[in-house]
Design a binder for this molecule. Structure first.
Ligand code: NAD
Ligand code: UPG
Length: 536
């Protein structure tokens, strides 16, 4: 595997392709018509077996065209024009969308990257087996959600999709392959995958690598262009080290060598879970502080700033919020908790569980504050929900705190009018029509009653959402919420008019001047809120 095999350019006048290559041992240049081209290339390669080995174009296949597989592979294709990348998925609508102008996920900068490479060295396909069979490197980026039933339900990772992908790789492969764990998986998964692959291997050599992904949604392209680090774990055997080198060569196209870390398999697998646990822990720590700030008159933004100035702590990821969401933090911590329990480490498990407990507490605390402030009932009151995605710049709603907050308010019979610039009405209705999964008593997911669904309206404008509302809850930090005309909003709301800012995006003093009663997470409470204490 190495540098690009051939340069092929088309000459309009002669209707011929100019093919050329230069390597350390050969130079070649010729003009051929289209029909002759393939034959000619094959002939050159057959005549030069050494060249064939050295100059073969690397083919990558990624199983799973989701939030990780799509952007990650698009960036590899962009940065490595000498590599052919196929992203495959069993979902026909997803692949159709990847091949259209309306990509299946919203991610700033993604459209551009895809447009530059699609049809050149980036392909999206449902022909999973063909592309896996042809690939030198197979990334597996399928979903690994939390199990909802059976052994470990509510905590363990569900590896059904992973296992089925591994079995398929074993079945269809006819040549040696490097199989890369891109999905987040429990530590030691590579061992199980190795067993599946080698059991069926027909003499084929499979090398398993762990290459967890650290991108965050909303900044995926930025993160992929300039990753803090790329982590590659592999076996400490000559074969394992050779595979690590091959994957390193891919990233080395654009990532500085010092940012590519190599470790053993288990360290790489565990580092991913550890990184997410540490990140989520920071948010739960600052959110726990936010409750204390409200009780004491301290201001959580000032506390975060002062704490984060300590270079040992650092300033990032210390924003108090209504709670963290997203498909990863809760799932990965639950997974970590399960692994600790399975390894006889209940104290360690309990420590990490607390990060999730504080997150749940923060969401409940927010709902209680809303209800308590509005005379202890929101029954039949219109509440505007601004933002439903789990963070700004994404349309993703997986584990968004908005789901729990909305359900809490619906439980008190509120009428919700929801606006999010990127989340569809269908998605919101789907999210709110499922009962909250009870992690401690996992049974089945059951739909909510139709009357609850009737309490929810979805609109396409923040002003429409807030019209005639009693209160406004800001649940996602979309930039556009910072520049809303709050005087106009106030004029069109019921009085007293409340704003509950779950992301600390609005200027609470300005809003108070307009006449709003304002609650901002972790900020000193105004007199109204002090008089209406919530059970927090
Ligand atoms: N979303 C993130 O920001 C993020 C970041 C880092 C790591 N991760 C991890 O990456 C993995 C993927 O996450 P995601 O958010 O991209 O998930 P996703 O649900 O968006 O995408 C997974 C895709 O895999 C496809 N799939 C499942 N089984 C398949 C099979 N056997 N063959 C072909 N396709 C199959 C599904 O149809 C789906 O389109 C997870 O383990 C996740 O924890 C996610
Ligand atoms: O100071 C902060 C930072 C984040 N959040 C919230 O935390 C959640 C997660 O945010 P973020 O981590 O930015 O997004 P994700 O896309 O979930 O990315 C996380 O999860 C990915 C999946 O594993 C990892 O790859 C990333 O490194 C990791 O940041 C969101 O609800 C944010 O609003 C806060 O409340 N306060």
């Amino acid at each position: 595997m190495g540098v690009p095999a051939f340069n092929v350019s088309y000459c309009k006048q002669t209707n011929k392709q100019l093919i050329s290559f230069i390597s350390s041992t050969h130079t070649y240049s010729d003009r051929r018509s289209n029909s002759e081209l393939k034959f000619r290339l094959d002939l050159i390669l057959i005549q030069n077996p050494v060249l064939q080995e050295r100059e073969k174009m690397v083919k990558i296949c990624c199983i799973g065209a989701g939030y990780v597989g799509g952007p990650t592979m698009a960036v590899i294709a962009l940065k490595c024009p000498d590599i052919e990348v196929a992203v495959v998925d069993i979902s026909v609508p997803r692949i159709t969308a990847w091949n259209s102008d309306q990509l299946p996920i919203y991610e700033p900068g993604l459209d551009d990257v895809v447009k530059q490479c699609r049809g050149k060295n980036l392909f999206f396909s449902t022909d999973v087996e063909k592309h896996v069979c042809e690939a030198d490197i197979v990334f597996v980026s399928v979903n690994t959600p939390t199990k909802t039933r059976g052994l470990g339900a509510g905590k363990a990772a569900d590896l059904t999709y992973w296992e089925s992908a591994a079995r398929m790789i074993a079945d269809v492969s006819k040549s040696d392959k490097i199989v890369v764990e891109k999905s987040t998986v429990p530590v030691k998964t590579a061992e199980a995958i190795e067993k599946i692959l080698t059991h069926n291997s027909k003499g084929i050599n499979f090398q398993i690598l762990s290459n967890p992904e650290f991108l965050a949604e909303g900044t995926a392209i930025e993160d992929l262009f300039k990753p803090d680090r790329v982590l590659i774990g592999g076996r400490e055997t000559p074969g394992g080290q050779k595979a690590i080198k091959a994957l390193k060569d891919v990233y080395a196209h654009w990532v500085p060598e010092e940012n590519i870390i190599t470790t053993n398999l288990w360290s790489a697998e565990l580092s991913k879970l550890a990184a997410n646990a540490f990140l989520a822990q920071r948010i739960s720590s600052v959110n726990a502080m936010s409750a204390l700030c409200e009780a004491t008159g301290a201001n959580v933004s000032q506390v975060s700033y002062a704490v984060g100035k300590d270079t040992r702590i650092g300033s990032k990821f210390l924003n108090a919020s209504v709670g963290f969401g997203g498909s990863c933090f809760q799932k990965d911590i639950l997974n970590l908790v399960y692994i600790c329990e399975c390894n006889g480490l209940p104290e360690v498990a309990e420590y990490w569980k607390q990060v999730i407990k504080i997150n749940d507490y923060q969401k409940t605390r927010f709902v209680n504050r809303v209800v308590a402030s509005m005379f202890n009932t929101v029954s039949n009151k219109k509440i505007a929900i601004l933002g439903f995605a789990f963070k700004k710049d994404t349309g993703d709603t997986r584990e968004t705190p908005a789901i729990d907050v909305c359900k809490g308010l619906l439980g008190d019979k509120a009428l919700l009018s929801i606006y999010d610039p990127q989340v569809t009405e269908d998605q919101i209705q789907r999210d709110l029509s499922m009962k909250k999964f009870d992690w401690d008593h996992p049974l089945h997911l059951q739909p909510m009653s139709p009357t609850t669904v009737k309490q929810v309206g979805v609109v396409w404008d923040a002003y429409e959402a807030t019209k005639d509302a009693h209160g406004v809850c800001i649940l996602t930090e979309w930039d556009e919420f910072k520049t809303l005309d709050f005087q106009r909003i106030y004029d069109n709301m019921q009085k007293p008019a409340f704003v509950f800012d779950g992301r600390n995006v609005v200027d609470s003093e300005k809003l108070r001047e307009i006449g709003f009663i304002v609650y901002s997470i972790g900020k000193p409470l105004d007199a109204w809120l002090k008089d209406m204490p919530a059970l927090v």
